[in-house]
Design a protein around this ligand. Structure first.
Ligand code: COA
Ligand code: AMP
Length: 623
């Protein structure tokens, strides 16, 4: 089968194409309505099917010959632990965890927040929610209490599932005080907070709502799979927008399962029984899709790795995991490859291990820069596949479709649109642009299965944020172009979202936080290029009159403030106190020009600039 034939089939008759893909899954009741529209005109896939994602990924395999195959391999260099769960063991643990949640009052449609490190219990928690038809919302462990509080208020969970701590290279992070703080800040109060105790830090169970995970599981009865409709929600995952309020991206069970299953072969060329490793975190969309759901839906073994690419114990960590577990496909963010390259430029540590099981490198989260691409190619002589996608879609929008037809690679391009995504480049008036012309990357509706169908609790925000810029299209927020051969080049965000070590963050949110500091009159945060993390936030602030503190003191306070409000993951470490900010005559801060100057890119001085001298100041800071 050629890529073009597959792409055309999905484009010309999407319902027939996706119905065929759906046939690969075990439904309780097959979908009849393949594609439908709701009263808002939003498309839904497989709405009338009856199914359960936990059944499809676990019970089905136990009943069909995979009971004793490894489902999850937990590999934790930070605790020196290796543990394997077969599909049967995992199914049984999930059923008990679902029973525990049921006992705590969780029912179909209820929300459960999962705030956990990379331990198997995080996967068990997610599948347990799916088993009951409850909606999980996983919050990344690197976010601070106020971020967790915003999500608690928005999702209004009945229960929070957590662990006593997460383990970073240099420190143990106690989660329980963080959760208590978040619940205190939040207006919504969950009924229960279940804590999985880890020996590295035992949490104090001080509130009436606290439940000890192990004790509750001991008393729990296994719960069966609750049938849900294809368009019932599996999860909400919050992601950064341009404002301080994160967006709750929703994922429906039916479309998600079909896209996950399809992508494992079509994009990753992985077969049931293979070992697939996404070196990410359950808190991000890559973790949801390719650590937790897709590999198991496809009957593969997945790896939960609690460690880093470097320093756990060295830059050979990834090669060691690949060799130990015979990994066939590795998926991570370019920043991880860059971290390894920095420590081990000639990839000498890789030579210590037998990594012959590995067939390809997959990359997403940020553009795979040509230097990193070249390093991988030179040292490993394996196919390198860049995927462009977003939390909103749940799977790659553009990729090399390695399981269909491996196309020649062009460094810097995410290759071609995945079947189902009709990508168009539009100008600001919504006109489709010609080849090689740069504009907004948009996707013609209907979106394929798995893509978001609203922002949780806020249809207006979904419409205004994604659907109203260009009628009939989903606007991605990224800019780029398509070349003569149909290859997509993603050139970066057109809004104030930045990507730091593969983590999506909002500079607008950072500005809101900095603006609340009593000494700050005005501020701007831009994404500066960074060799390791891709981008790093950099702040520029104007002080109010009569502030006595030194610039250094102010910087320290602002850095601490962002860390306290968003979390360590923001990596906000650089602040400049400036006398003024470059602005247009109408008072709009020229963030794009500042970014270009700071990154040493060519720039045009906007004709609307109020005071050209202000640019010279930014230039001198860069120097
Ligand atoms: N819980 C608590 N804190 C966390 C955390 C978590 N789950 N993840 C990261 N942090 C903290 C880090 O400890 C660090 O704290 P510090 O400022 O005190 O040092 C901070 O958040 C920034 O983290 P990060 O940007 O990840 O930088 P790092 O220097 O710790 O590691 C890499 C750099 C490249 C090794 C790391 O980013 C990495 O492994 N990336 C892999 C790619 C990835 O997972 N991408 C996700 C999307 S696919
Ligand atoms: P997230 O929702 O966290 O996955 O972040 C999505 C954003 O990351 C996209 O909108 C892009 O800006 C960026 N991104 C992800 N993958 C790529 C890629 N392969 N190439 C370029 N940008 C990417």
């Amino acid at each position: 089968m050629s890529y073009q034939k597959e792409f055309d089939a999905a484009k010309n008759n999407p319902e027939a194409f996706w119905k065929e893909q759906a046939n690969a899954l075990p439904w309780f009741k097959e979908p009849e309505k393949v594609l439908s529209q709701d009263e808002h005109g939003i498309h839904h896939w497989f709405a009338d099917a009856k199914m359960n994602t936990s059944y499809m990924a676990l019970d089905h395999h136990v009943e069909n010959g995979r009971a004793d195959q490894a489902a999850i391999i937990y590999d934790s260099p930070v605790t020196n632990t290796h543990r394997t769960y077969t599909f049967r063991e995992l199914r049984d643990e999930v059923a008990l965890c679902a029973g525990m949640l049921k006992e705590l009052g969780v029912e179909k449609g209820d929300r459960v927040i999962v705030y956990m490190p990379m331990i198997p219990e995080a996967a068990i928690a997610m599948y347990a929610c799916a088993r009951l038809g409850a909606i999980h919302s996983v919050v990344f462990g690197g976010f601070a209490a106020p971020e967790l509080a915003v999500r608690i208020d928005d999702a209004a969970p009945k229960v929070i599932l957590s662990a006593s701590c997460g383990i970073e290279i240099k420190r143990v992070i106690e989660y329980k005080p963080l959760i208590d703080n978040a619940i205190e800040i939040a207006t919504h109060k969950p009924d229960h907070c279940v804590v999985f105790q880890r020996p590295e830090a035992i949490a104090e169970m001080s509130n009436a709502r606290d439940v000890d995970w192990a004790q509750a599981i001991e008393k729990a009865e296994p719960a069966d799979c609750t049938p849900v409709n294809g368009d019932d929600l599996l999860y909400i995952l919050y992601t950064s927008g341009t404002t301080g309020k994160p967006k709750g991206v929703v994922r429906e069970n039916g479309g998600h399962a079909v896209a996950m299953k399809y992508s494992m072969k079509a994009i990753y060329n992985i077969d049931p029984g293979d070992v697939f490793w996404a070196a990410s975190d359950v808190g991000w969309v890559v973790g949801h899709s390719y650590i937790i759901y897709a590999p198991l839906l496809h009957g593969c073994t997945t790896i939960m790795y609690e460690g880093k690419p470097i320093m756990t114990p060295d830059a050979g960590a990834f090669w060691r995991v690949i060799a130990d577990h015979k990994v066939r496909g590795l998926f991570t963010a370019p920043t991880a490859y860059r971290a390894i390259k920095k420590e081990d430029p000639n990839a000498d540590l890789a030579k210590k291990y037998d990594i012959s099981s590995l067939e390809a490198f997959y990359s997403a989260g940020e553009r795979l820069d040509p230097a990193t691409f070249d390093w991988l190619e030179e040292n490993f002589k394996l196919p390198i596949v860049d995927n462009w996608w977003q939390t909103e879609t749940g799977w790659a929008i553009a990729s090399n479709m390695t399981g269909i037809e491996m196309m020649p690679v062009k460094p810097g391009s995410a290759t071609v649109p995945c079947p189902g995504f009709n990508i168009q480049i539009l100008d600001e008036n919504g006109k489709e642009l010609d080849k090689n012309q740069q504009g907004d990357i948009a996707i013609k509706l209907p979106l394929p299965p798995s893509c978001l169908t609203t922002v949780w609790g806020d249809m207006d925000r979904f419409k205004s944020g994604y659907l109203e810029q260009h009628e009939g299209y989903y606007t991605s927020g990224d800019g780029g172009y398509i070349d003569d051969e149909g290859y997509l080049f993603v050139m970066g965000r057109v809004d104030d979202v930045i990507n730091v070590a593969g983590h999506r963050l909002s500079t607008g949110e950072m500005e809101e936080i900095i603006g609340k500091h009593p000494s700050i009159a005005e501020c701007a945060v831009i994404g500066r290029d960074d060799e390791l993390k891709g981008q790093m936030p950099t702040g520029f602030v104007i002080l109010k009159n009569g502030i006595d503190s030194t610039d250094e003191e102010i910087s320290k306070e602002l850095i601490a403030l962002v860390r306290q409000e968003i979390g360590a993951v923001a990596s906000f470490k650089e602040v400049y106190v400036v006398p003024r900010l470059p602005k247009t005559r109408s008072g709009k801060i020229l963030r794009k020009t500042m970014r270009q100057i700071f990154n040493g890119e060519e720039y045009i001085i906007p004709s609307t600039i109020d005071d050209p001298e202000s640019l010279t100041e930014i230039q001198s800071l860069k120097a």
